[in-house]
Design a binder for this molecule. Sequence first.
Ligand code: NOJ
Ligand code: NOJ
Length: 429
Amino acid sequence: MGIRLFILGVFQLSLQMFFQVSYAAPVIVSEKDLDAQYEKSVNQLLENLNHEDIRRGAVIASPSKNDPDYFYHWTRDAALVQDSLLQAYLAKPSEELSKKLTENFINWVEFEYRAQRSSSFTTAALGEPKFNVDGTVFAGPWGRPQNDGPALRALTMSKWALALIQAGRKEWVRQYLYSSDLPATKIIKTDLEYTSRNWQVPSFDLWEEVSGLHYYTLSIQKKALILGAALAEKMDDPFAGRYYREQAVYVNDELLKFTDSIHGFVIATRNQTDGWTNKKSKLDVAVVLGTLHGYLDQENLEAVAITAQNLEQNFRSLYAINKQKNLSTAIGRYPEDVYDGNGFSGGNPWFLATHAYAEFYCKLSQRNGGSLNLQQKGIGYLYRTLTHVDRRNGEMSEQYSRQNGYLMGASHLSWSYASFITAYLACLK
Ligand code: NOJ
Ligand code: NOJ
């Protein structure tokens, strides 16, 4: 047995060496490898949540403390992480996961409650995007406000709250998450009031670079208001429910203005007021993400699909690793991107963007009666990820090099794992 293990060990070692020296080597993989990567992603994510140097409930964007320093809690990343864990639990409820996640959810709510409180005294108010790992506001210069944050927080917490009400925990929800008091005293209502009153106000986009009105931010705000309205009604607050729904209708009208009638695609930003001015193509994977984190059944879904195709064509020619034709396209944020994860040597593909394409096509497949073609297209992007992760522990970072496919940018990015989880569930569950 010793010998067999040893041989296996040598074999694995040589495989690893093979993967490391070869550039985007065509790996022989199967669905089992995707299943394994899913489990590893959940575990890596839980490890980030349990990092020893942080206040409980903080969600570090990454454990990396320098080059780059991502050892902070971003409201956006945190809400997306919590959402992915809820999805993981709902897909495969187990007592073990339930225990871990309930505790983790309660810690997160407490952390966010403090964060929400302390940010309400800053000029960016609830749009404060980034917090220290002890829950205090990050006070350095930054692109703020970012108003997708409070909406995402309300959205994920509303999902949890609705599930808790169904499980008979309405009074718990009233005590910690939502009550009809006005001015709002509970976390979800506070975010919903802020969102209803501020969606018309320009804010920085999810990439923290451009201020204006964004398709991504508005998509999240719309969904937060609709789920929030459902929650308000369940929590005996019907007038608030009506108000949130009304605002969601106006937000939707605004969203429809983002379809560019000449090109037929959805542009990322309108009414820019500040920030970078290099985004000439107006194409951005943020539009696809907005559809995934918001609603897929939007009136402009076809335009979103055209956006995805146009973007993909851009990345095909921009990134050297996309010359390899037997792999799905490596997807970045937007064509003009220059951020390399630590400096500005040029943009790269991102895991979370590549996973967004997987999830998008798999969800389109579900809508089209389970179309195999669309599903296969979606799964292709997950296989692409497998050629870049560290196969031993499933490690992902923020980006992978456009030249040689190696991991780049913040290590163990929580959002990379979270986006693999939700894409995998959309494609293979
Ligand atoms: C860090 C931001 O989070 C990232 O999105 C941005 O591209 C760079 N800073 C450059 O501003
Ligand atoms: C940079 C990304 O652009 C932004 O969306 C994210 O919130 C932070 N990094 C933290 O992961």
